[in-house]
Design a protein around this ligand. Structure first.
Ligand SMILES: Nc1ncnc2c1ncn2[C@@H]1O[C@H](COP(=O)(O)OP(=O)(O)OP(=O)(O)O)[C@@H](O)[C@H]1O
Ligand SMILES: [Mg+2]
Length: 494
């Protein structure tokens, strides 16, 4: 008998969008169940229903064969069902231990008991948690481990992960999979939403594929032949990657970063003296374990964070110039969730009077540009007037990337541009970035996906512990060597 079973679940959002249609889904003891599907297919919606965050419009939920109704996530937790959301629910300024205590709700544990229990759980899963540091100072991988411990402290039996690997780099993904396998061997049931098919094939026992709100395939791992078969199921066609673009970076720098020192919100120095230049038409990849200063570096270059010292100089531009910027944290920095798709399409372009940008209140132009942004990468949205919070995660990402690419710019900083995108959309974004570079735009590509960096970059700078430890020319690209440098000079992977 499955631990939890959803029967004939339909979800219609206010406004009439049908996100799930008659979906059957279940999770068994000791299995890893991958949930795949293109952006907007209905995966997050279904898992929110299974974990009490949303109520289905119709359909039934059974736990251990007993019919249940979840009024809230706390209800679902009582039945042993917990979800780790894409956007972590931790309080950044509080320490790890404080966050864990908050997650206990009605479980009464003294601080000492809590420390002992967290110690035992960490040991089983191979985690090495730093309990006294504020969450703000942790990498994405570390935050995820805290979320897992938080659920296990509540004695959950089913753990649901919504795109848990999209911001992690290779070694961190391996560690996450180790933990999943351990949880599975202890009898937990696991749901794993991912866009990376290789990952689903690597760890899962069963695979469910959704398209347009419906389940279109349920497979045992052993029934899957290859990655292509799954891609075809997901999007109905094969993806043929374009050949490498001709590389034509000029030798003229358009951006010079010199001795840059940047602190995070808590005043901790995250960028410790970084210097490099970016040339017109060049893609400069920045490889590193997430949390080694990438975000602060990107924000400082984008003009969103004042550096403590050092310089960011754009060559040949007037002083009002702001580069395009795709932030890794799309919810905090990328969009205003309750504002419309239209407003969010132009939100970083208004009030900048330099050439090619939009003046506020030119409605015809705003609508035209918003339509262009939506069409460019195929953002699925109910209408231009709908608030962005009605969009699926991947469609929000497409909106941000499209907006920043379409703005006329000389420099683009792209942080995790394909995180959360399905295979087809990710390929579209990579092609769009290549094309932008061939038009002479300089691109700083920050990504935890080393394959993506290797494919797109002309040079790769490795950042570790807030320093650029080495810059590789294309002829010297070597994933192994780059990996070694990522962990050098205080670059951590706790
Ligand atoms: N709060 C909401 N209100 C209205 N519509 C919504 C809301 N949340 C999601 N939707 C719509 O429901 C559909 C399914 O969204 P969902 O987030 O479940 O997709 P997903 O499979 O998780 O996609 P992604 O891979 O992009 O994360 C989408 O068409 C989306 O626009
Ligand atoms: Mg989703």
């Amino acid at each position: 008998m499955p631990i939890i079973e959803l029967r004939k679940i339909t979800k219609v959002y206010p406004g009439g969008i049908v996100a799930n249609r008659n979906v059957d889904f279940d999770v068994k003891e000791g299995e890893i169940h991958a949930l795949l599907g293109e952006n907007g297919a209905g995966k997050t919606t279904l898992m929110k229903i299974m974990s009490g965050g949303l109520k289905p419009t119709s359909g039934e939920i059974y736990v251990n064969g007993e019919r249940v109704n979840f009024g809230s996530p706390a209800d679902a937790l009582k039945y042993g069902i917990g979800m780790v959301h894409q956007h972590f629910a931790l309080i950044p300024s509080m320490t790890v231990l404080e966050n864990l205590r908050l997650g206990l709700f009605d479980r009464k544990l003294s601080k000492d008991q809590l420390i002992v229990e967290v110690g035992e759980l960490s040991k089983r899963l191979g985690f090495d948690l730093r309990l006294d540091v504020p969450v703000d100072a942790l990498s994405a991988g570390e935050r995820q481990r805290i979320e897992i411990i938080r659920l296990l402290l509540r004695k959950v039996r089913v753990l649901i992960f919504d795109e848990p690997t999209s911001l992690l780099c290779g070694p961190e993904i391996d560690r996450f999979f180790q933990a999943l396998k351990q949880l599975k061997s202890e009898g937990h049931g696991i749901v794993f939403i991912t866009h990376k098919i290789r990952e689903a094939l690597e760890v899962s026992d069963r695979i469910t594929v959704m398209r347009e709100g419906r389940v279109i395939a349920k497979l045992k791992r052993s029934e899957v032949m290859d990655e292509e078969q799954l891609v075809e199921l997901m999007i109905g066609e094969r993806i043929v990657p374009l050949p490498d673009r001709p590389r034509t970076p000029s030798d003229k720098p358009i951006l010079i970063v010199k001795d840059l020192v940047v602190s995070d919100d808590l005043g901790v120095e995250k960028v410790k003296g970084v210097s490099f230049d970016l040339r017109a038409g060049e893609v400069l990849g920045i490889a590193g374990v997430e949390g080694n200063g990438q975000r602060e570096l990107a924000e400082a270059i984008a003009g969103l964070r004042s550096p403590k010292s050092g310089e960011v100089v754009f060559i040949g531009e007037n002083s009002g110039f702001r580069p395009s910027y795709v932030p890794a944290d799309r919810v905090e920095l990328g969009v205003a969730m309750s504002l419309s798709v239209m407003v969010n399409s132009i939100i970083r372009s208004i009030d900048e009077n330099s050439k090619g940008r939009i003046k506020a209140l030119d409605f015809a132009k705003i609508g035209e540009f918003a339509q262009k942004v939506v069409s460019f990468l195929g953002v699925k949205a109910p209408s231009l007037g709908a608030p962005v919070k009605y969009l699926s995660g991947g469609n929000i990402q497409k909106l941000i990337v499209g907006r920043e690419i379409l703005k006329s710019t000389k420099v683009l900083i792209a942080e995790q541009p394909t995180a959360g995108l399905d295979a087809r959309s990710a390929e579209m974004v990579r092609n769009a970035l290549s094309e932008l570079a061939s038009k002479g735009v300089g691109i700083i590509l920050i990504s935890s996906d080393l394959d993506e960096i290797l494919k797109l970059s002309d040079r790769i700078a490795v950042i570790s512990g807030g320093r650029i430890v080495k810059i590789f020319e294309r002829a010297e690209f070597d994933p192994k060597l780059i990996g070694i440098h990522m962990l050098a000079a205080g670059g951590y992977m706790a």
